[in-house]
Design a binder for this molecule. Structure first.
Ligand SMILES: Cc1cc2nc3c(=O)[nH]c(=O)nc-3n(C[C@H](O)[C@H](O)[C@H](O)COP(=O)(O)OP(=O)(O)OC[C@H]3O[C@@H](n4cnc5c(N)ncnc54)[C@H](O)[C@@H]3O)c2cc1C
Length: 371
């Protein structure tokens, strides 16, 4: 594998760097997990889209540039290096979109993807329920067939829905076969949050931002074309989404290599720990490149994205701890590192807890016995 950039890749990177240097807001936007901050982030996402930087690896017809994965990774590095705003469209463009490309009908792709890349439709993830987190297969939200109306009626409750109070659409898992249990009989639905019978209530995270929501479905009608990937196929489709969430699309290496660069500017930072952090971020970058190469040669291994998830979530905490220790009591007053530290602590929980990822690595990658 040749890690050197081709001329075309270097030109792509340079174009991205230049555009970002000219356009990234000089003053950081307020948190995207507040209503006001979210709206400003959406404006930024629309600016990205207008310049065709929102979804570089997608086909041009959907707002992209047909860029390769390598170019996308370079764009991500430049994006984080430029200190550009957090992507509030991430659950759509990074989680749902790869699943739509893999399982969506042509019509679903043609209708939903352009609106998603333009930040007209803003998607949130409706999986967790009050009684179903790690054990997602125990979910009880249900979908009942309405033959006359040609669709489904959804009921139940979702929770921990990131930015649910500000989004327009939700992708969620519902039990469509009442006789089924566990991973069987689930269906993946695409639901507009303004449908009759949906109630969304935002609530605050530990840092006070309204980053979460609870979503209730009271006999909500959705037509047949709201099903993604087939009735009863929900688990299989959802596992594709988790692959993107844990793997490289949600947390590309550029996020961590840029954080190490910023760490170097923190006064009094411990040099040994800084060097270790640099090596860790670089290791994650190289691991990711290897994974992309494996994928392109059909050598991907089941459960590999769980390794990514363990690595990036633990690395994120370590990076922030180094900054917090260097800043000492000042850290309380310092915005980005302190806020980032609080959020990093949730990394081992969201996208599937790290304990569960360790089970997956043990069983699927290492082939250890289940008990
Ligand atoms: C910042 C953040 C954003 C989130 N955003 C969303 C979202 O947008 N949409 C959404 O649907 N959900 C979201 N979640 C919810 C998240 O997916 C769940 O919190 C997570 O799956 C864990 O579920 P739980 O909270 O019910 O904990 P539980 O499943 O009850 O787990 C409690 C503890 O038991 C451990 N445990 C459970 N089962 C096992 C096992 N088999 N082996 C070993 N240990 C085990 C867990 O690791 C954990 O430490 C978000 C969570 C956070 C923190």
């Amino acid at each position: 594998m040749d890690l050197r950039e081709t001329e075309a890749e270097a030109a792509f990177r340079a174009e991205a760097r230049e555009w970002l240097a000219d356009n990234v807001p000089r003053t950081p936007l307020p948190s995207g997990d507040t209503r006001e901050g979210f709206a400003l982030h959406v404006e930024w996402e629309k600016q990205l889209h207008a310049a065709r930087w929102a979804v570089v690896s997608w086909p041009e017809a959907y707002g992209g540039r047909d860029a390769s994965v390598w170019e996308w990774l370079a764009f991500e590095e430049e994006y984080y290096r430029a200190g550009a705003p957090q992507r509030v469209t991430q659950n759509g463009i990074f989680l749902l979109a790869p699943t739509l490309f893999a399982f969506g009908t042509q019509e679903q792709q043609d209708t939903l993807l352009p609106r998603m890349s333009a930040a007209d439709d803003l998607w949130c993830q409706g999986w967790s329920e009050p009684g179903a987190g790690s054990d997602l297969a125990s979910l009880t939200s249900r979908a009942v067939r309405d033959e006359d109306a040609g669709g489904w009626r959804l009921s139940g409750q979702k929770t921990w829905t990131t930015r649910g109070a500000f989004c327009t659409h939700l992708f969620g898992l519902f039990r469509s076969d009442p006789e089924s249990s566990r991973h069987h009989g689930l269906t993946y639905f695409l639901v507009p949050l303004d449908a009759a019978g949906v109630t969304v209530r935002g609530f605050a995270r530990l840092d006070g931002d309204e980053g979460f929501a609870e979503v209730w479905f009271d006999d909500v009608f959705v037509p047949d074309d709201a099903v993604l990937g087939g009735v009863g196929e929900g688990w299989r489709v959802a596992m594709a989404t988790t692959g993107s969430e844990r793997g490289l699309t949600l947390r590309s290496p550029g996020r961590f290599t840029a954080a190490v660069d910023r760490l170097r500017q923190v006064p009094g930072v411990d040099e040994d720990r800084l060097v270790q952090a640099w090596m860790d971020a670089e290791a994650y970058r190289l691991f990711t490149l290897q994974q992309v190469s494996n994928e392109q040669h059909g050598r991907s291994r089941l459960g590999e994205s769980s390794l990514n998830k363990l690595f990036w979530s633990e690395l994120d905490i370590r990076l922030h701890e180094i900054a917090m220790d260097a800043l000492g009591p000042e850290a309380e007053l310092e915005g980005p590192w302190s806020k980032g530290f609080q959020f990093s602590l949730s990394g081992p929980i969201y996208a599937g807890t790290n304990e569960v990822q360790k089970n997956i690595v043990a069983e699927r990658l290492l082939g250890l016995p289940r008990k």
